[in-house]
Design a protein around this ligand. Structure first.
Ligand SMILES: [Zn+2]
Length: 142
């Protein structure tokens, strides 16, 4: 009766797959090539960020556009069936993201989100990281 829609199935799969998904690997390899040192162990950190840069007090999340509702992104479409299920799911995800953001700020860390759609192009990842770290440096120097 309740046949899994493709979205539901891919959600189940994403839960099973867990760590070391491809977008995370892309971001890590770009960071590495830029000479940044980071760690990926996140057990006791709010929101379990994908990448941590303790020296800079920065955490990086690689967010799936669909699950975290990337505004204006074509991957953040709304499924046509099981509307109730998805509304609740998305609401819970967004609420959790907001709580996590607050917890990270209270710890005195900064968070940076890279969207999954941006990780399809390594140059794009390099650019957004460069912008982010560049802005930060200026900020610190002031
Ligand atoms: Zn996106």
């Amino acid at each position: 009766m309740d046949i899994l829609t493709p979205e539901k199935r891919s959600w189940n799969m994403s839960r099973i797959r867990g760590k070391d998904t491809k977008p995370e690997l892309v971001v890590r390899s770009v960071l590495h090539s830029m000479g940044y040192r980071f760690r990926v162990s996140n057990k006791d950190f709010p929101g379990k960020p994908d990448i941590l840069l303790p020296k800079h007090k920065i955490v990086i999340f690689v967010h799936g556009c669909f699950w975290h509702r990337h505004a204006g992104c074509k991957y953040a479409y709304f499924p046509k069936s099981n509307i109730e299920f998805w509304l609740n799911k998305f609401k819970a995800n967004i609420n959790r993201d907001q709580v996590v953001t607050r917890e990270i700020m209270e710890k005195g860390w900064q968070q940076f989100v890279i969207w999954e759609c941006e990780t399809k192009d390594k140059d794009c990842v390099r650019r957004v990281l460069k912008d982010f770290f560049g802005d930060k440096k200026q900020h610190i120097n002031k």
